[in-house]
Design a protein around this ligand. Structure first.
Ligand code: COA
Length: 292
C-alpha cells in the first residue's frame, strides 16, 4: 500500500522527531534545533512538516516579507530513509501556498551548487536560478591604508541608488543582498537603513560614488562570536581594495576577529577579495526564484 504523506503546520510536539531525523543532515549535524523555537513563534512565517502514519518525516520553513511581497524558503529536510518519495516536493508546495495566501508574489531560496538533490527538486518545482554568490572569510584583520572610502551618509542615498541601477554587479546579483544566508531585494528603504545605521561604506572618486559595501553584524549575535559580514560588495578592483581596507581597519580598531565576505560570484570580485586576504570560497551559493 502506498504510504500517505500528510503536510501540516508544525506542532511543538514534533520537535524531538524532527531533531532526530536532522541529526546527520551535514557532517557537523544541523542548525534546525537552534532555530526551531524562534521559527515556531513567528507571526510572518511557518514551519511545515510532512508525516507518514502521523510520524514527522520531513520539514521546511517559510517566511514572508509582506512589504516586499517576497517569501524565503529554507531548511528543507527529509528523513534519510524517506527520501525520493515526494516529501520535499509536497512540503515546498504547501510553503508556497502559505506564502501566496500571505501576499507574496515570488518565492526564493538558496542552495549550494554541489547539492544535486536539492537542485533537481527545485528545477522540478519550477524554480529558476537567478544569481550566484560566494561566502569568503578572513581573520587577517589589520590596519590597511584607504584613501577614498568613508561611511556612507544619508545625503548619499540618491547617488548610491543611481550607482546601483547602473551597476553590472547589482544586475548579476539580481538586485539582492544577504544577511545570514537569507537574500533580500535591496530597496531604497533598505539602503537608507544601512546608511542610517552606519553600515554602508562608499568609495568616492572624481566627486562620484564608485563603490559600495554593505555590512551587518547579525553573525555576532546569532553565533555569539566577534564577527561581521559583508551583505553586498560592488565596485572596481581599486574601489573594492580601498573599501575593504577601510572595513578591515575599522574592524581592527573595534576588535572584530573575523569578517565573512558574502559577495556576488564574479571572478574579478572574488580575486580582488583574495588580494585583501579573504580565503577562496568553498563553493557557490545559488539563489533560485519562482513566481507564485
Ligand atoms: C534535498 C531533499 C530535501 C530532497 O528531499 P526528498 O523528499 O527526497 O525530495 P523529493 O522526493 O520531493 O524529490 C523530488 C524529485 O527530485 C529529484 N531528486 C530528489 N533527490 C534526488 C537525488 N538524491 N538524486 C537525484 N534526484 C533527486 C528526483 O527527480 C525526485 O523525483 P523522483 O524521486 O520521482 O525521481 C533531501 O535530499 C534532504 O533532506 N537532503 C539533505 C538536506 C538538504 O540538502 N536540504 C536542502 C537544502 S537547500
Amino acid at each position: 500500500m502506498k504510504e500517505e504523506i500528510v503536510v501540516r503546520p508544525a506542532r511543538n510536539s514534533d520537535r524531538e522527531a524532527v531533531f532526530k531525523f536532522c541529526e546527520k543532515t551535514w557532517s557537523w549535524g544541523d542548525y534546525i534545533p537552534q532555530f526551531w523555537d524562534k521559527w515556531m513563534k513567528e507571526t510572518d512565517g511557518k514551519i511545515f512538516v510532512a508525516t507518514i502514519s502521523s510520524v514527522p518525516v520531513g520539514m521546511s520553513h517559510v517566511r514572508v516579507d509582506k512589504r516586499k511581497k517576497e517569501a524565503w524558503l529554507s531548511a528543507a529536510r527529509t528523513a534519510p530513509e524517506h527520501r525520493r518519495k515526494g516529501i520535499a516536493t509536497a512540503i515546498a508546495k504547501e510553503c508556497m501556498k502559505y506564502a501566496k495566501r500571505n501576499g507574496a508574489v515570488k518565492a526564493r531560496l538558496v542552495t549550494s551548487s554541489d547539492n544535486k538533490a536539492a537542485r533537481i527538486v527545485l528545477q522540478k518545482l519550477g524554480f529558476t536560478p537567478i544569481a550566484e554568490f560566494v561566502e569568503m572569510k578572513t581573520e587577517k584583520i589589520r590596519r590597511l591604508d584607504s584613501l577614498k572610502s568613508r561611511w556612507g551618509r544619508a545625503e548619499d542615498l540618491n547617488a548610491l541608488w543611481k550607482f546601483l541601477q547602473e551597476s553590472n554587479i547589482f544586475q548579476r546579483s539580481a538586485g539582492l543582498y544577504t544577511i545570514l544566508f537569507r537574500w533580500y531585494s535591496l530597496t531604497r528603504e533598505d539602503l537608507e537603513r544601512f546608511l542610517r545605521e552606519k553600515k554602508a561604506i562608499v568609495y568616492e572618486g572624481d566627486a562620484q560614488i564608485q563603490g559600495l559595501i554593505l555590512i551587518d553584524d547579525s553573525t555576532a549575535r546569532m553565533w555569539q562570536e566577534n564577527t561581521l559580514q559583508t551583505c553586498y560588495v560592488d565596485g572596481s578592483r581599486e574601489a573594492i581594495i580601498d573599501m575593504l581596507s577601510f572595513l578591515l581597519t575599522r574592524c581592527f580598531e573595534a576588535g572584530t576577529r573575523k569578517v565573512y565576505g558574502f559577495a556576488c560570484n564574479d571572478e574579478s570580485l572574488v580575486s580582488t577579495m583574495k588580494e585583501v586576504g579573504f580565503e577562496a570560497p568553498e563553493g557557490v551559493e545559488i539563489v533560485y526564484e519562482k513566481e507564485l
